[in-house]
Design a protein around this ligand. Structure first.
Ligand SMILES: [Zn+2]
Length: 105
């Protein structure tokens, strides 16, 4: 099993107040965390037809919004796949099976 661990970090800003940052890590069950924890920088949603139908930059998305988006993707039956590199890109494609559901296909 793979899990996603959310870590809330308080960074101090120059004016003395803090800014809360949420970071996500992937943890693989049964493995040593120090070796397997990978910082998640984003998520992509892969439809059942195999097409990438959504992408989210986790480093820039507020945690509440991220939760909503992830919930929506899972509700639509998508596979949510994390991304780990600092720069990644995804080609968003229009999904043919959803068009068929709406009667457009
Ligand atoms: Zn599809």
């Amino acid at each position: 099993m793979k899990y996603i661990i959310l870590v809330e970090r308080l960074d101090t800003t120059p004016d003395g107040t803090g800014i809360k940052q949420t970071q996500a890590y992937e943890y693989v069950e049964g493995e040593r965390p120090e070796e397997t924890l990978k910082r998640i920088t984003g998520f992509v949603a892969i439809c059942q037809c195999g097409k990438i139908v959504g992408a989210m930059d986790f480093t820039r998305t507020p945690i509440k919004d991220a939760g909503k988006i992830l919930g929506q993707w899972i509700g639509e039956g998508c596979i949510v796949e994390p991304r780990f590199t600092s720069s990644w890109s995804a080609n968003i494609e229009s999904c043919s099976c959803r068009a068929a559901e709406r009667g457009e296909g």
